[in-house]
Design a protein around this ligand. Sequence first.
Ligand SMILES: Cc1ncc(C[n+]2csc(CCOP(=O)(O)OP(=O)(O)O)c2C)c(N)n1
Ligand SMILES: [Mg+2]
Length: 802
Amino acid sequence: MTASITQFPDSQTGTKDNLISPQTVLELKAFEQKLLWLSCWIIHYANNIRPIRDGLKVGAHQSSIASANTIHTALLMDILNPKDRIAIKPQSAPTLHALLYLLGELSREDLESFRSFGGLQSYPSRTKDKFAVDFSGGSMGMPVAATIFASLVQDYVHLQNLAPEDSEIGRMVTVAGDAELDEGNIFEALLEGWKHDVRNAWWIIDYNRQSLDGVVHDYLSQRIHDFFGTVGWDVTVLKYGKLLEAAFEGPAGEALQQWIDTCPNMLYSAISFQGGKSWREHLSHDLQGTSGTKEMLDSHSDESLHALMTNLGGHDMEALLEAFHGVDTDAPQCFVAYTIKGYQLPFAGHKDNHAGLMTVDQIDHFRETLKIPKGQEWDRLAGLEMTQDEFDGVIHRVRGRTREKDIAWAPVISATGIETPNGDNMSTQEAFGKIMTEISRQDDDFTNRIVTTSPDVTVSTSLGGWVNRKGLFHRHDEPDVFRSERVPSPQKWGKSPSGQHIELGIAENNFFSLLGELGLSEHLFGTRLLPVGTLYDIFIGRGLDALNYACYQDARFMLIVTPSGLALAPEGGAHQSIGTNLITMGQPGLEAFEPAFADEVAVMMHWGFEHMQKPEGASVCLRLVTRPMEQPKRTLTSQIKDDMIAGAYWLHKPAPGAELVIAFSGPVAPEATEAFEAILEDIPNAGLLNVTSADRLHKDWMAASKSRQQGDAQAHMAHIESLFSSLEVDASIVTVLDAHPATLDWLGAVGRYQVIPLGVENFGQCGDIPDLYHHYRIDTDAILEAIASASLRKLAKVPPKR
Ligand SMILES: Cc1ncc(C[n+]2csc(CCOP(=O)(O)OP(=O)(O)O)c2C)c(N)n1
Ligand SMILES: [Mg+2]
């Protein structure tokens, strides 16, 4: 069966003519000016009128806003519908604030709170802003690429029949800066989008030929054209506005167009800054001898010549509306909209204008040109030359296009069928694979909402069993040729719209970007997915910003990082991860675990699948290994399960007054246990602690100690404090793990304990586990030596006998 999905936004039905009435254009042009004023005024107010306590400028980007102002006005006020999602250019957040103010959704106080604590955010933020934000912004390239993955998720939920009944396919739209195209993640995403036949993505590139530091490379536009074309996008270049197009038909028109087309970016920007006089000088010099030049120049004042020469496509409302309304396909669209950074502002075109702010005199002058009376800077109608009724009419129309902030969370779907896999000897990665294979046999709401993904390491991270049952997802059926040709393979690789695994290319940035959008499906598309992603632990680093972006957006997913540490040693030292525990501990919005045994994996997955569905929950990360380990024969009490989730439990409880604890995480369990058994005779009250989540243990301890610092007498005792409550005050703790020792060495600060940390601080050496554990000092001998040194240190503290 080939599934199909409805497409095409309803704003695109009908002909151009009946959609773009002259009246609409006039109204939008008026609002365009109003939005430019208000967004600049929001920034001016924050920098010049609101009291500043710390001597820091508030900043923000009036030039970037001006550059994309017409584009945003057209999109937000005329083109987009509630079913569409948009990542505005992040620097243009005040444009959105201004529009929401005009719509009555934000108050003047809100606008006055721009970039203040608890106020409107510098860049759109899903979690921090009080209004609906589809994609957060701030890190260049992230929201742009996110639209491709959101589109893929949209297709996924529709093709799997998971979307709410009345939901329609929308467009995933972004306004991107031209310098943003320097970010590699954008091109990685475009390629992945092409593989997955991305639809309904719209990118409008604000082609102002400026970045933060200066002017971008000449003819970038041609490269954009070529590249986007290669990956199947329609490219529309909006270079000239209507005035320029008309001028090309008039005297010296052809020469004028040629002059513009060959003018270097730097020069065009510089003349745009200088204005009409400079245009006249350059044109009369460069077009000398071309018939019609004088006539053309004489027909303009300096002011109107400047208006003509800066009438680029991205500043021309009519040209933009025509282009946007003219799209009648769901093929991905790239619009290269030529603009001038700082358009209409005093620093238009100046290469240093990125952080430029209008002075008091400049904004005053700007206000006067817009006919906004002094004292009425915040007035909604001021300068619009509209009656209240006309204004209300536009607002009413636009309100129907916005959507409300979605805060509803559906009830938690219980995780079913997650049991400890059978087997005496197993690695944690194997346990994960077996659990997923087991779940794949189910056909219930929980299982049907699971969607897995991996950047070309599906099989090597043990997702093969799951994929064999659930299949690969693609918008179109793609048969498994090896299977149809009867070439034996343990892996089924057929693709279809009903598959539940999204296979990605190697780019880890794409992997985290997709996980992020899958993990927002409930909020973007009204239906919850339970995404599970697997990748090699070491390669977290390749996608870190996308991981951070996903967490910042409060996306919910389960991340399986495996194999990890020295435990994969024979496969190559270059893949040994060391600092990833510190990364995941330091990542808000992610709960990181490192299980030692298969039953722990099951407990963590069960908890994780439910935790990630809760409003106060988070994403979950499990660091696993391929090292086979003997499994404990035990029945887990609910207390132990709770302790595992809290971050640690005693494998061997210490006796009161214990002087020694061995605290370990993950695959060094056999070494820690062997060392523990070796010293038990000498130190019978010692304890053996399995730290299942240094992350959660640390967070909980921090929360408890912060409450106590603030004088909260009821502050809870942290889990680690309860576990350590029976230790001697100066007990020694030997910490050991196959990762950086800083993950655990803070345990000493829980009391006045002495910590002897063991862990891995270097990498790159192949070998087998005995050799490597010995070399990096996390083997049994190293633990025993650490214990001996702890005892020696204690003895040294005892005053010598007289
Ligand atoms: C990943 C990342 N690197 C650097 C920055 C700092 N930064 C903010 S805007 C900008 C340049 C923007 O140029 P462009 O995308 O062309 O937008 P414009 O302001 O010209 O419209 C830079 C480098 C950032 N926000 N994110
Ligand atoms: Mg730019």
